[in-house]
Design a protein around this ligand. Structure first.
Ligand code: B12
Length: 213
């Protein structure tokens, strides 16, 4: 098993220390940080994501896998930010007001970071004006809004309206997601994109910014 496979395997078998050690080994072997993230961590997480979709594993496993990915990222991230590769863009992401779910949103944030974006994570229960403020403060190009409960879907609409009212709508692309969200709902809201999972979110964000997917 090569070192990238070891990283993948560590994520797939939920072993944060093993992932961390394999990432350190990969760096010492001279592998590029971007490759470690893409072909090691994200590739492993994609396998776990697939199992989750097929109901072969459940939320606790996804959380430990995400922790394993974080353990690896903690080793690689300082080098990613210092590498000459400029961030692909800035994404402000948060879970809407009234909603405390953040596992999926965190995965999206992590994958975006892994893909080379600067991510400003506003956390859970995020008021519409907080999104507005964060876009202004960070000159973000993309806003990601997560909602997991049907009852908080109206908050998504309010967030988009707040961005419109602040005159920011033309300057940012908006992507929405979360279990009760669909492409049809995203269209109705006037969002620019919808993605069903974290891997698709990365592709959609790149697509919206005209970057190669
Ligand atoms: C874990 C969980 C919790 C945990 C949350 C822990 C945490 N830190 O997030 C706890 C126990 C706290 C919780 C609380 C509640 N929960 Co809950 N919870 C879940 C559960 C089991 C899993 C959600 C999850 O994390 N899935 C795993 C992640 C990886 O998937 P995901 O969130 O869908 O994210 C993926 C995609 O949706 C997408 N995505 C997500 N966000 C974004 C954002 C963007 C921009 C993009 C592009 C994509 C994207 O990419 C992600 C990664 O692939 C779901 C059931 C389910 N199967 O979904 C119920 C569920 C969401 N909860 C539900 C409810 C009702 C509640 C409570 C109201 C319960 C209560 N009565 O107290 C409270 C909510 C309190 C609040 N105000 O928020 C309902 C919602 C029903 C509905 N449709 O309205 C669900 C569906 C369970 C059910 N069947 O009834 N919950």
């Amino acid at each position: 098993m090569n070192v990238l496979e070891q990283i993948q395997q560590g994520v797939i078998s939920y072993k944060p220390p093993a992932v961390k050690a394999a990432c350190e080994l990969a760096l010492s072997e001279g592998l590029e940080p971007q490759r470690i993230v893409q072909e090691g961590l994200i590739a492993g997480m994609a396998v776990v994501g697939g199992k989750f979709r097929r109901n072969e594993v459940f939320v606790p496993e996804v959380m430990i896998a995400a922790r394993a990915m974080q353990a690896g990222l903690s080793v690689v991230k300082p080098l990613l930010s210092h590498s000459e590769v400029k961030a692909l863009g800035t994404v402000v992401i948060g879970t809407v007001k009234g909603d405390m779910h953040d596992i999926g949103k965190n995965l999206v944030a992590m994958m975006l970071e892994g893909a080379g974006f600067h991510v400003v994570d506003l956390g859970i229960n995020t008021a519409p004006l907080r999104f507005v403020q964060a876009v202004q403060e960070n000159a973000a190009q993309v806003v990601g809004i997560s909602s997991l409960i049907t009852n908080t879907l109206p908050s998504m609409k309010e967030t988009i309206q707040a961005l419109q009212q602040a005159g920011l709508r033309r300057q940012v692309k908006i992507i929405v997601g979360g279990a009760p969200v669909s492409q049809a709902f995203a269209d109705k809201l006037g969002a620019d994109a919808y993605a069903a999972d974290a891997a698709a979110a990365v592709d959609k964000v790149k697509e919206m910014l005209g970057l190669a997917v």
